[in-house]
Design a protein around this ligand. Structure first.
Ligand SMILES: Nc1ncnc2c1ncn2[C@@H]1O[C@H](COP(=O)(O)OP(=O)(O)O)[C@@H](O)[C@H]1O
Ligand SMILES: [Mg+2]
Length: 332
């Protein structure tokens, strides 16, 4: 068997059993019990960042509860684009929940609702009434990134499971496992750097890590292991450019800093901030108190951008703050 590039590896290596879900604090013992005593199973909320196993866990539950063609009849999978529409929630979801004719008494029905935090609050109120009014054989699993976007009356009716970003160790372990299965040859001398970089790109999102691995193989970037090319296609700036930028910052040549910054095409500001953050905070000759101030400033800029501030202006503000902090310190 050779490397399989036809199927997306995120699907191929999606966990099929609870004990394959790695690194989550969630109690799989609870989940196993829930599935055994299906009618006592609570409604659930899976909350946490992307690529941490929420959908996989929901699908394992669904597959354990409903085998074969029952799955198609009794599972309703929706995402936010379906549920932002009030009429859809009122009519179709209600129909599914209350239509019990074709089911025998002891069948469970499952509603799996992805991106629940994107459902408008008014629609969530309707959803809440549907959850309250649904027969005991209907179970809801809601998934979200931010639980504070879900209204309290829904939260209080659900068992909440929090999914955490995966650690570097766990991500690398999984990537190595997949690499072995797919017979991928990573040049030995660059192996460490390669997996470290995949983790950095992923930021704890295993889906992104696996996709980047597959993309690197598909684009034949592994043989000579072109780390910069992988960074580039993942929306990050190539290492040599980042290094030049940092050298100009340290040298105190602001004109050069701006010139290098302006030469970077299609910058992804949040990725750029992460890259810059990692380099700056690891430089030895930046004083502790400046590191702390810069850390806060990095967070501030990231927040402003997330709130819709002009990205270019914010990045330049960030660069000039770093510049001032480093060079004020050097003059003293
Ligand atoms: N905790 C985990 N354990 C094992 N694999 C995971 C985990 N989290 C994510 N994955 C991998 O990443 C892919 C996407 O996971 P998924 O469950 O869809 O994440 P989410 O729904 O939290 O965004 C899965 O196919 C699987 O390969
Ligand atoms: Mg998901």
């Amino acid at each position: 068997m050779s490397t399989d590039l036809e199927t997306p590896w995120v699907e191929k290596y999606r966990p099929k059993e609870f004990d394959e879900i790695v690194s989550q604090d969630i109690s799989t013992t609870n989940l196993t019990e829930f599935v055994k005593n299906r009618f006592d199973m609570p409604h659930m909320i899976f909350s946490g960042p992307a690529g941490t196993g929420k959908t996989s866990t929901a699908l394992i539950i669904a597959n354990k509860l409903l085998k074969g063609d029952k799955y198609y009849r009794n599972v309703l999978e929706l995402n936010a684009s379906d549920t932002v529409r009030m009429d859809f929630v009122r009519n179709e979801l209600n129909n599914f929940v209350n239509q019990n004719m074709i089911l025998s008494e002891n069948e469970v029905k499952l509603v799996i609702l992805d991106e629940a935090d994107n459902i408008p609050k008014t629609v969530q109120q309707t959803l809440r009434r549907i959850i309250e009014g649904s027969p005991p054989n209907v179970k809801f699993i809601l998934m979200c990134n931010y639980i504070n976007e879900i209204i309290d009356p829904i939260i209080s009716r659900c068992a909440v499971f929090r999914f955490l970003k995966l650690s570097e160790e766990k991500i690398v372990e999984r990537l190595k496992f997949i690499s072995k299965q797919e017979k991928i040859e990573v040049p030995k001398e660059k192996e460490k750097e390669f997996f470290e970089m995949l983790y950095f790109i992923s930021a704890g999102d295993l889906r992104k890590a696996i996709n980047t691995l597959q993309m690197s193989v598909a684009l034949h970037l592994l043989k000579d292991l072109d780390i910069n090319e992988i960074l580039k296609i993942s929306g990050f700036v190539e290492k040599p450019i980042m290094e030049k930028l940092v050298i100009s910052l340290l040298k105190g040549n602001y004109k050069e800093v701006k010139m290098i910054f302006n030469s970077i095409k299609n910058i992804d500001s949040r990725n750029f901030i992460r890259q810059l953050n990692r380099i700056i905070l690891s430089i030895d000759n930046v004083e502790k108190k400046n590191i702390l101030k810069l850390k806060i400033f990095f967070g501030e800029i990231d927040y402003r951008i997330s709130q819709g501030a002009d990205e270019n202006i914010q990045l330049i503000a960030l660069l000039s703050e770093i510049f001032l902090r480093i060079n004020k310190q050097n003059k003293n």
